[in-house]
Design a protein. Sequence first.
Length: 341
Amino acid sequence: MIALRQEIFELHLRHTFRLARGASDWRRNLGVELEHEGIVGLGEAAPIARYDQDAESAAAAVARMVPRLGDPRAFATATDAVAVQGQPAARAAVDMALRDLAGKRLGAPLHELMGIDPHATPVTSFTIGMDDPDTVVRKVREAGDYEVLKVKVGSEEDRAVLEAVRDTTDRPLRVDANEGWSLDDALSRLEWLEKMGVELVEQPLPADQIEQTRELRRRSPLPLFADESVHDATDIPGLAEAFDGINIKLMKCGGIGEALRMIAVARAHGMKIMLGCMIESSLAITAAALLSPLVDHADLDGHLLVTDDPFVGATVEAGRLVLPEGPGLGVRRRISPSYSR
């Protein structure tokens, strides 16, 4: 019998976080505890409003999933059979908690059980949300410890913002348009970004414009990475000619198990891989970070953007992700929970 406890908690952002679809100052995530034979596994859901999810819908989905789980030791496939359609963040939380539980049961770090070298983690980019040029420059200066910056774009001020960033730093830049461009102006933007020394661009066009993105990629001077266009492994074959790479997010694909499938399929199609995140605590970031030695790029900074992270897990040293020690995910609490059953 698996006991379930859940808690909805708020994460408050250091700065208003703006992208092409809107802005926010805080997010509501879901914490999950799965207890079996006295051992507790931790999980987190960061629901994505764009896909009609919120903390309440995630909690309801988790409450439906957990009673249907079989032997929790079969964590590799346990969530596949009980996943609730349209609630991948809930699935990710349960998958995460089961894997944390397995590592704790065996007294070993999860990366060790998965055969992943914890010392091969990449640097993570640090995200700069959309804002006026002066505010963006201030954020860039605050992010002086990070080797790579990712700048959110998709407004009329894009050029002024990027010019201000380049006047401030010569660090590598990546750009995320969050579906904010049109095909008519995307190519000229890409050509200009190449001159600004940008490395790659995420999701330049709306997610459903695959044919247009395929046309754009043929002429693009920069690599294009899918974000909103890719959810799970089944999406990847249809994107291989439209994008050079994909951005995998646990909250979008449904957890570590599906992320591993996505990595395998993307590699089979010759695509590059980035690991991304939503606004998440150190709990969910750590779950993604343990996969980072398997990919090309990391954008795992959601926990760095908030002021009240309730967990302690993966850290960043000299821009590089550092996995925690300890069994399972190796995450511990900073703030006591007020779980409901």
